[in-house]
Design a protein around this ligand. Structure first.
Ligand code: FNR
Length: 382
């Protein structure tokens, strides 16, 4: 093996060390049963650990039952949900990856259709399938869009319960064996809907000024940090911009990052959009390779914070350049990992770091190295 490129340099975050900078981004599978993971999740997430990623994120996991995005979303609102997560976490650890979990609450987007049934609000066909609707919750009684349910505006005592439930879910995540927790503050879900002036019209201390709108995110982060052990890192996923001039801005994100850092959040995971419509529906932003990297770069520089870049990062050389140019510290791969669960292993080869299968799981690397020595069969991954 040659000297490690940036993408394959280990990273130490508090008391843990990752084998490289490749992170599998959280990706909903809409396949849980009453909030419980099953074999699908073990196989789906397990293949990324086998595939060489440094950190593998379990999808958005609801801290309250009504905080699920769909009926197929997992939770950690009950102890019975811990064992399914423990299997995933233990498998990742045994195969060299750091298991991470994203803790979320869907807010006013709670109780929507699984994507393959339409990705909109639940309708009669979904209810006939057994997916009953529920009243979602939000900062204000404003629906996601026309035709979506009008949410219940959380009272102050319900906000207190929500923060307690974040702490309980984090403590269950810890029991399950996860080593990184991430607060989902993006994509129009509950925390983001409190941050954004487009969805938060409250007149109490949880609304109004930037300080008021940030209050819920900061209180959740503070509570989770207080129970998440000092030696384990805490991430926060942000929608760095809403994509409209009246919405949440990158300047706001830099301020939020500074406050989160003060509380003990270690990594700002910089996504964007989603405050209205589907999860990551863009505002005015053009979707092009690395279109969100600039957000991670600015937060890194101005809030002096470790950042993760995400969004249309598909090529190893592209990921390597982002790190080499000091624009982010970690690279999250989403859909390209669905195309190629061995993305990290192939990236190591493409970057000339491991051309002899040394970093592959021993169950397969030994054989592949042997095949390479004895034949010219191997075609480098294109
Ligand atoms: C996602 N994404 C996502 N984001 C998030 O914060 N929590 C989640 O649970 C999900 N769920 C999810 C499911 C599926 C099937 C996809 C494809 C995406 C967004 C994802 O983490 C990532 O930010 C985007 O996909 C952009 O990165 P890529 O796919 O361009 O690498």
């Amino acid at each position: 093996m040659t000297a490690a490129p940036h993408l394959f340099q280990p990273m130490t975050l508090r008391g843990i060390s990752t084998r490289n900078r490749v992170v599998i981004s959280p990706m909903c599978q809409y396949s849980a049963h009453d909030g419980h993971l099953d074999d699908w999740h073990l196989a789906h997430l397990g293949r990324f650990a086998i595939g060489g990623a440094g950190i593998v994120f379990t999808e958005a996991t609801a801290v309250q039952k009504r905080g699920r995005i769909t009926h197929g979303c997992p939770g950690l609102w009950a102890d019975s949900q811990i064992p399914g997560h423990a299997r995933v976490a233990q498998f990742a650890l045994r195969n060299g990856a750091i298991p991470a979990i994203q803790l979320g609450h869907a807010g006013r987007k709670g109780g929507m259709q699984r994507p393959w049934f339409g990705n909109g609000p639940l309708n009669e066909a979904d209810i006939a399938r057994g997916d009953m609707s529920w009243t979602p919750v939000a900062p204000s009684e404003l629906p996601v869009a026309d035709g979506w349910p009008v949410p219940h505006a959380l009272t102050k005592s319900e906000i207190g319960e929500l923060i307690d439930d974040y702490a309980s879910a984090a403590s269950r995540a810890l029991q399950a064996g996860y080593k990184i927790a991430e607060i989902h503050g993006a994509h129009g879900y509950l925390v983001h809907s409190f941050l954004s002036p487009l969805s938060n019209k409250r007149t109490d201390e949880y609304g109004g000024s930037l300080k008021g709108r940030m209050r819920l995110a900061l209180e959740i982060a503070e509570r989770v940090r207080s129970i998440w052990p000092d030696h384990l890192p805490l991430f926060f996923r942000t929608s760095a911009v809403d994509g409209t001039p009246e919405g949440w801005s990158l300047d706001d994100t830099v301020v939020l990052a500074g406050e989160l850092k003060r509380i003990g959040v270690d990594v700002m995971d910089c996504s964007s959009s989603g405050i209205a419509g589907a999860a990551t529906a863009s505002g005015s932003q053009k979707r092009q390779p690395g279109f969100q990297v600039g957000y991670a770069e600015r937060v890194r520089k101005e809030a002096d914070m470790t950042t993760m870049a995400v969004g249309l990062i598909t090529h190893p050389q592209q990921a390597e350049a982002i790190l080499a140019d000091g624009r982010a510290d970690l690279i999250a791969i989403g859909r390209e990992a669905l195309v190629d669960p061995n993305w990290a292993l192939h990236a190591a080869r493409d970057l000339g770091y491991d051309t002899t299968f040394e970093t592959w799981p021993r169950q397969s690397g030994w054989w592949l190295a042997g095949r390479q020595k004895t034949s010219d069969f191997y075609e480098p991954h294109g």
